[in-house]
Design a binder for this molecule. Structure first.
Ligand code: SAM
Length: 283
């Protein structure tokens, strides 16, 4: 049994395989049993589940996921970690490591081949340099996913769960709200990692919704309006949408129909109001 949360053990293993922490790959390994158990508990994983981990590192979370008896697939970009992972995950018949870049792999194929089309749970301590692209990729495949429990930077976590009218609210808050129920389950200070990152972190759980909370005529147009609504921060929604080619008069008239002021800003509108605005603008 390895003590993968202990700094001395991490150093020993890294030394044994001639490895150094790759900052560019966001290699900050978890050193807290409590935080790891929190991720696994909140994911509510059982031996019936299919679990995807992105970025196993030296396998500290992977082992915990494996202990549940679930079918675990861990995708790691760093080829130099493969021999180390082979050692730390030895004996876990239910864990498979795939040495690929999550952003480049054929996700559809992985879902079919490894999980036979069964809905999955995602659990990961994400590499921070690429959090948003990974999350957006996962959300694209939401119909294959039950939940996503991830460690991200605290500032990002706040944006993922933010409500309209707050300073953290943005296009990503709406992208998440359209597809999931989001909650911060744990705040994690930098001293729970090796090496410690410069920022504090938080665990966010996204429970994928069976269907979107609002009904719109055209989903793509909704997201065009949402992105447009935040294109020019600190400007009015009217000006911001003009920057993506929507005439001012059109937006002003739509806002009037919705009982909203012509000077309202993008961050003030709820998902429901964005839905109504999109439907009116694209009649
Ligand atoms: N799960 C481990 C833990 O909690 O200690 C490691 C987490 S560390 C924050 C992020 C991991 O993601 C690193 O092992 C890194 O090499 C890996 N990684 C970075 N970019 C990746 C990518 N595009 N695809 C897959 N893995 C990636």
């Amino acid at each position: 049994m390895y003590k993968l949360t202990q700094p001395a053990e991490i150093k020993r293993l890294m030394g044994k395989y001639g490895k150094t922490f790759k900052k560019a790959l966001g290699q900050n390994f978890l050193t807290s049993e409590e935080v790891l158990d929190g991720i696994v508990d909140k994911s509510k994983i059982t031996d019936k589940d299919c679990v995807l981990e992105i970025g196993p590192g030296i396998g500290v979370l992977t082992c915990k996921l494996g202990m549940t008896g679930a079918n675990v697939v861990a995708v790691e970009i760093d080829t130099s970690l493969m021999p180390l992972l082979a050692e730390t995950l030895e004996g876990y018949e239910n864990i498979k490591v795939i040495n690929e870049d999550f952003m480049k792999l054929d996700f559809e194929k992985l879902l079919n081949e490894e999980f036979r089309g069964k809905k999955i749970k995602v659990a990961a301590n994400l590499p921070y340099y690429i959090t948003t692209p990974i999350l957006m990729r996962l959300l694209e495949y939401k119909s294959h996913i039950l939940s996503i429990t991830i460690m991200v930077q605290k500032e990002v976590a706040k944006r993922l769960v933010a409500k309209e009218g707050t300073s953290d609210f943005g296009a990503i808050s709406l992208a998440v709200a359209y597809r999931a129920h989001a909650e911060i389950t744990q705040i994690v200070t930098a001293d729970n990692f090796m090496p410690p990152p410069k920022v504090d972190s938080a665990v966010v759980k996204l429970t994928i919704l069976d269907k979107p909370p609002i009904k719109v005529k055209n989903e793509q147009q909704l997201f065009k309006i949402i992105r447009g609504g935040f294109a020019l921060r600190r400007k009015t929604l009217v000006n911001s949408l003009q920057s993506i080619g929507i005439p001012k008069e059109k937006t002003i008239s739509a806002l009037e129909t919705l009982g909203l002021s012509a000077t309202v800003r993008g961050e003030a509108l709820s998902l429901e109001q964005y839905g109504q605005l999109s439907d009116i603008l694209f009649l």
